[in-house]
Write a protein that binds this ligand. Structure first.
Ligand SMILES: [Zn+2]
Length: 329
């Protein structure tokens, strides 16, 4: 591993539907759409959103750095928010724009990749099935199957009976490297009830399966003065469904290779300490969530521990079972 940086892989399980929006862009039938990869059209969470929410939660956790939480815009008195101090865990790890005393900007010791869908839950007549594709496996550094070329769902064993993914009926083929992928998922901390129930579809079919199985909800805007629904304020929004697994990487740089205003960085001594500061956000992601619609019970994301036992995931397991019985909203 390089002396200058170290990559940490993370897998997160959506405990609620997650809506990371495009900022008002309207797409087709949905008023508030989520961010997608421009080429594959597969939804994702941008690294900038991940970095922003981690920053806010680390600032909350460290308590002493409220001004370092946001984007550092000047407040009403004209003071710059970020402290830009080499002792500050928030400013050193997440960076800052131009500081007070014209300190030059700093990119931060931790860089976030986009969060990609690793496994996507779909309803089938056999219960929930988590679907992935060769490209999503490649992104997560998992073994890539080479024979996924037919419009089919590839599983441990083939079947003469087709299987439905939502409304789509597909033949079932054998996945040549099923065991290797399963082992890789287990290593990343994916719970057993999920890695025992996954299937692979070709990349172009994956986008179709995901986009036709997103949560789409309808809501109304509430007028804050009257407390009543606004006239004509019915809107729809889409979200990644509960039990979606997301994968992202945090690249942590060696603090010893950087200086802030000619001073050594003291908030972290090495790459692992940078990562420890990032991880302080994880409990907040699980309880306060990411993205919009938090007040509508959305956004909670549990970051899984590599090789963790699957026992603690009973809550979402319940939810997944509920879905197979048609009990989901
Ligand atoms: Zn700071």
């Amino acid at each position: 591993m390089s002396d200058s940086f170290k990559c940490f892989k993370h897998v997160g399980l959506a405990l609620d539907p997650i809506h990371v929006g495009t900022g008002g862009a309207r797409l087709g039938r949905v008023d508030l759409s989520i961010v997608r990869d421009p080429v594959t059209k597969v939804p994702k969470i941008p690294g900038s959103s991940l970095a922003g929410v981690h920053r806010a939660y680390v600032a909350m956790d460290k308590n002493k750095y409220p001004g370092c939480a946001g984007q550092g815009q000047p407040d009403a008195s004209g003071a710059v928010g970020h402290c830009c101090n080499p002792n500050c865990p928030v400013c050193t790890v997440f960076g800052f724009a131009k500081g007070k005393d014209s300190t030059t900007g700093f990119a931060g010791l931790a860089a976030f990749s986009d969060a990609h869908i690793q496994l996507f839950p779909v309803t089938t007549r056999e219960g929930p099935l988590w679907v992935t594709s060769p490209e999503q496996l490649r992104i997560a550094g998992l073994p890539i199957p080479e024979d996924v070329d037919k419009d089919a769902i590839y599983r441990e064993n083939n079947s003469s009976q087709p299987l439905n993914l939502g409304w789509l009926l597909l033949p079932v083929e054998t996945l040549s490297n099923y065991a290797d992928i399963k082992k890789g998922l287990e290593k990343l901390g994916v719970p057993k009830y999920i890695f025992d129930r996954f299937g692979v579809v070709p990349d172009k079919l994956f986008s179709h399966v995901v986009n036709s199985n997103l949560e789409v909800r309808t809501s109304v805007s509430i007028n804050p003065e009257t407390g009543a629904a606004e006239d004509g304020a019915l809107f729809t929004y889409e979200a990644l469904p509960r039990a979606t697994l997301l994968f992202w990487e945090v690249t942590c740089k060696n603090p010893k290779h950087f200086k802030i205003g000619n001073q050594d960085i003291k908030a972290a001594n090495d790459k692992d300490e940078v990562h420890s500061i990032v991880k302080a956000a994880h409990p907040y992601l699980e309880h306060l969530g990411i993205g919009g619609m938090g007040t509508r019970g959305m956004g909670r994301l549990r970051v899984l521990e590599p090789n963790a036992s699957s026992n603690h995931s009973s809550e979402i397991e319940q939810d997944a079972k509920g879905k197979s019985q048609g009990a989901w909203p």
